[in-house]
Design a protein around this ligand. Structure first.
Ligand SMILES: N[C@@H](CCC(=O)N[C@@H](CS)C(=O)NCC(=O)O)C(=O)O
Length: 175
């Protein structure tokens, strides 16, 4: 079996799809489309929908991490991506992330595009929610660091702070 993964740089759903392939030991190639061009390019590649990841598995086209996970388990059952026990819980969490969480992210994206007259709801402001999460973790005594960035959805910010992030994460580590 050979897989072709199509994604965009800096996309966490695309990382999920890649991790699924690696976990199953499936050989794959990855093509990253330039950010924001993928809506136009996916139909040309004969893929459904307007989001990535999409994947071709021995000629079968699959879109979205939920369908990709099931298709991978269908074509290559071992090791399974879903636990035999309590699968319903995992599927419930997955469906929540795919609908509720995903819609929140999309609303936020829309809000930025609508300008200053847009109705602002802090409950759908992901930056504000991240600040709340940081406060909660700090209050509970977690060892936490944070770094906000601005700009487009890509790997630039993550790449720029990666060396410092690793240094922070491994500080004090002794062999
Ligand atoms: N729930 C979807 C999320 C896919 C998704 O939102 N991908 C982003 C890139 S990280 C995308 O293609 N966005 C374009 C859009 O929303 O129009 C999945 O897991 O496949």
């Amino acid at each position: 079996m050979h897989a072709r993964l199509v994604g965009v740089p800096g996309s966490h759903p695309c990382v999920s799809a890649e991790l699924m392939l690696r976990y199953k030991g499936i050989e794959f190639t990855r093509l990253d489309l330039p950010n924001m061009t993928h809506k136009a390019l996916l139909p040309l590649l004969r893929h459904r929908g307007s989001t990535v990841p999409v994947m071709t598995l021995d000629g079968t086209r699959v879109s979205g991490t939920m369908k990709i996970a099931r298709a991978l388990d269908h074509f290559v059952p071992a090791p399974p991506l879903f636990p035999a026990e309590d699968r319903a819980t995992v599927e419930g969490a997955e469906a929540w992330a795919d609908s509720v969480l995903q819609d929140g992210a999309n609303d936020n994206r829309g809000m930025r595009g609508r300008g200053p007259d847009a109705k602002y709801d802090p409950n759908w402001d992901w930056h504000a929610q991240n600040i709340k999460m940081l406060a909660a973790l700090t209050e509970k005594g977690y060892d936490v660091n944070f770094c906000w960035g601005i700009g487009a959805h890509n790997g630039k910010h993550g790449g720029a702070i990666l060396p410092d992030s690793l240094r922070w994460l491994w500080r004090g580590w002794k062999n």
